[in-house]
Design a protein around this ligand. Structure first.
Ligand code: ZN
Length: 174
């Protein structure tokens, strides 16, 4: 399976993209391409998401010059044990920028690492606890935690699949 972002919600890839927003605060609009593939390594099935973000033409981090050019690419690997309830890795293809003023280079931001999760693990646990109560609905729980009902559903779908796995923080390998 290897496809671009579909225009209509339906697929597994759709859930992943929602997960990126829910867990990393990376909205769909910021994603240029996302490809999904599977591999087998160390006795585990691993799903790989190859992601490239849209170019936001950042100013030079060294001298603040506004006009930088893309100089090349480098891929960062991020392991994530929570996303979509499976062993997965995000392979983020990051741009390397060149500044013609100070003649230095710098990397595109890695929001999978630098942005705070919008929803903490503690909140995820609380949401799951609340959803066990028969009187609660996705909408009522979503309202309580200030998230969208679709995000509450996504959290439920993700974690109900993975009760045997520890709910650990992701670790980053650069
Ligand atoms: Zn510069």
């Amino acid at each position: 399976m290897n496809k671009n972002i579909p225009s209509h919600p339906s697929t597994e890839l759709e859930r992943i993209i929602e997960g990126m927003d829910a867990y990393f605060g990376i909205p769909r609009a910021a994603i240029e391409t996302c490809h999904i593939s599977n591999t087998y390594r160390d006795g585990k099935d691993i799903t790989i998401f190859e992601v490239q973000l849209k170019d936001h033409n950042p100013p030079c981090i060294h001298c603040s010059n506004l006009k930088t050019t893309v100089h090349g690419y480098r891929t960062s690997h991020i392991k994530h044990s929570v996303l979509a309830g499976r062993n997965c890795e995000i392979h983020l293809k990051r741009r390397r920028y060149y500044c013609p003023v100070c003649q230095r280079t710098f990397s595109e931001e890695n929001p999978f690492v630098t942005r705070r999760r919008q929803i903490s693990l503690e909140t995820v646990v609380n949401i799951l606890e609340d959803l066990k109560k028969p009187e609660e609905t996705f909408a009522s729980v979503a309202r309580r935690y200030g998230i969208g009902a679709s995000t509450a559903m996504q959290i439920f779908d993700t974690h109900v699949d993975m009760q045997r796995q520890p709910l650990s923080e992701y670790i980053c390998i650069d």
